[in-house]
Design a protein around this ligand. Structure first.
Ligand code: HEM
Length: 147
């Protein structure tokens, strides 16, 4: 399986990084996996419907989208992709318990979000899975130790 990045990039062109799409990610995450709120100290009890009005998640949602989109931009430039993933992993080090399995499981939340917001065809999902298996998880495995 070789990932076809053009298909993912064409899909992401429909997902502008803005104050609507960003927080929607966390609305979706906290609706489907409320336990994950525990990683967001101070927001452990936030209700999904409170997310769009939260300054924290207004910004964090857009950071997450930017980060996902940058990974796809860099995915065919391994000399940039790997250090970028390493940066992302290092920034998460302080949230104890975000491990390899959770980075893997994160993609199911991401697929649910994409389906809701811009749609996710079988072909697009296949390419995302190829990205995850061929590029993302190997980089996670390589660098999750961090500093
Ligand atoms: C591919 C997967 C992921 C990407 C691309 C990503 C991206 C990001 C980015 C860009 C930030 C901002 C970091 C900074 O600038 O310091 C962030 C923060 C954070 N991420 Fe992730 N993340 C991912 C997976 C996860 C997972 C699986 C969790 C666990 C639920 C998680 C929990 C957090 C938390 C708690 C913060 C801090 C937010 C805050 O305190 O307001 N992330 N993430």
């Amino acid at each position: 399986m070789v990932v076809n990045l053009d298909i993912i990039r064409a899909q992401l062109a429909k997902l502008p990084i803005n104050e609507i799409n960003g927080p929607k990610f966390y609305v979706h995450m906290f609706s489907t996996q409320p336990d994950l709120r525990n990683f967001f100290k101070g927001s452990e009890n936030i209700k999904p419907e409170e997310v769009p009005a939260s300054a924290r998640f207004l910004r964090q949602g857009q950071r997450l989208l930017l980060s996902m989109e940058l990974m796809i931009e860099l995915a065919d430039k391994l000399q940039l992709f790997e250090p970028y993933v390493r940066e992302m992993l290092d920034k998460h080090k302080r949230f104890k318990g975000i491990d390899y399995d959770l980075y893997n499981a994160f993609f199911d939340i991401w697929y649910g979000y994409l389906s809701k917001v811009i749609g996710l065809s079988d072909q697009e999902k296949k390419e995302w899975e190829a990205f995850k298996v061929e590029l993302f998880l190997p980089a996670v495995k390589k660098y999750i130790g961090g500093w």
